[in-house]
Ligand binder design. Structure first.
Ligand code: PMP
Length: 320
């Protein structure tokens, strides 16, 4: 028999921001006024793709700035193309919608923006064709997603989904089951984050971050054909390494043991920002402290994304 206690333990998670404005199927609504049917295709079959965008609050200017929305919405459109989903808005319109959402929600802190494109048919049957697409954006205040002062990683026993099985370069929701398996294993084994290898044993990425190693005077990052998500932050970090540190970046396959013999290692992503790694599989990275280049990249990155470096002001768009 189900007791009252059992029921309360099984109560659904409450939305963190029930009264915030969201954008859903063409209009702005309150979070708690949007209702999705229990048969929604995406919920059952993982037929959805999404983006994760950050907006940074600049205290000095009293201004919220959305980081690289064009790159994120273009990646969403490409994810949709791979998954046969149609994003019915131009990138310009999507930026306008996002800006209005941030204005309506009156943020004065860093914000996470989550667009989701999904198959909304309420029907049974696993296909991608002939099904209606829906689109929503919600936003929520967000601090650091992972620790940025040096994390400990484990190479997961789960391998990265190969492009021949699931489209790793798309941000398909289904791909994140792979991430969740790897991250859960790492955290439950006492680490902060997982590093995931390709089927043939090369380093692919973190559970939700791209990877950079510093070895022999150059930064090395797994090439795009090693089943990575082609991260927006990865592109920004490449630029900062080349332009600000004056160091070369090599995109190539990376062996597992290079993780154990590099001088510095870092993860990067919209959520993770720049997160230096100080230990992998119980081996210290370098001297076990955040390395000087990683520290410098963090400083440069945070300055640039907050709109405090005029050289990189074009990286972000102000919410008026
Ligand atoms: N890989 C995966 C699997 C991710 O989920 C993310 C986060 N979106 C990244 C890499 C980094 O991508 P980005 O810099 O565009 O956020």
């Amino acid at each position: 028999m189900t007791t009252e206690m059992d029921l309360s333990q099984r109560a659904p998670a409450r939305p963190q921001h029930p009264n915030s404005w969201v954008f859903y199927d063409g209009r702005f609504s309150r979070y708690h006024d949007v209702h999705l049917g229990v048969m929604t295709h995406a919920l059952h079959y993982g037929t959805a793709c999404f983006e994760g965008i950050r907006a940074y609050w600049n205290e000095r200017r009293g201004q919220l700035r959305i980081l690289h929305p064009i790159a994120h919405f273009e990646r969403l459109r490409n994810s949709g193309r791979i998954l046969r989903m149609d994003l019915a808005y131009s990138t310009e319109e999507l930026i306008e919608i996002t800006t209005e959402l941030c204005q309506r929600n009156e943020y004065r802190s860093d914000v996470y923006i989550r667009p989701l494109l999904f198959k909304s048919a309420e029907q049974i049957g696993v296909t991608l064709y002939g099904l209606p697409d829906s689109f929503l954006i919600y936003t929520a205040p967000m601090g650091n997603y992972v620790e940025i002062e040096g994390i400990r990683c484990k190479v997961a026993s789960w391998r990265r989904i190969p492009d021949i099985a699931l489209p790793a370069r798309s941000k398909a929701t289904a791909n994140y089951l792979n991430s969740a398996l790897a991250k859960s294993e790492a955290v439950e084994d006492g680490y902060d984050e997982a590093l995931v290898l390709t089927l043939d044993g090369h380093v692919s990425e973190g559970s939700a971050e791209n990877v950079f190693l510093y070895r022999n005077g150059a930064f090395i990052t797994p090439q795009v054909s090693d089943d990575i998500l082609e991260g927006v932050t990865r592109g920004l970090v490449i630029k900062l390494i080349q332009e600000e540190l004056g160091l070369p970046v090599i995109e190539r396959s990376v062996d597992r043991t290079e993780l154990y013999s590099c001088e510095e290692l870092l993860l990067c992503g919209t959520g993770a920002q720049i997160s230096p790694v100080i230990e992998v599989d119980r081996r210290q990275v370098g001297d076990g402290k955040v390395g000087p280049r990683s520290r410098r990249l963090q400083e440069l990155y945070f300055n640039a994304v907050r709109g405090d470096n005029p050289k990189y002001e074009s990286w972000s768009i102000p919410v008026a």
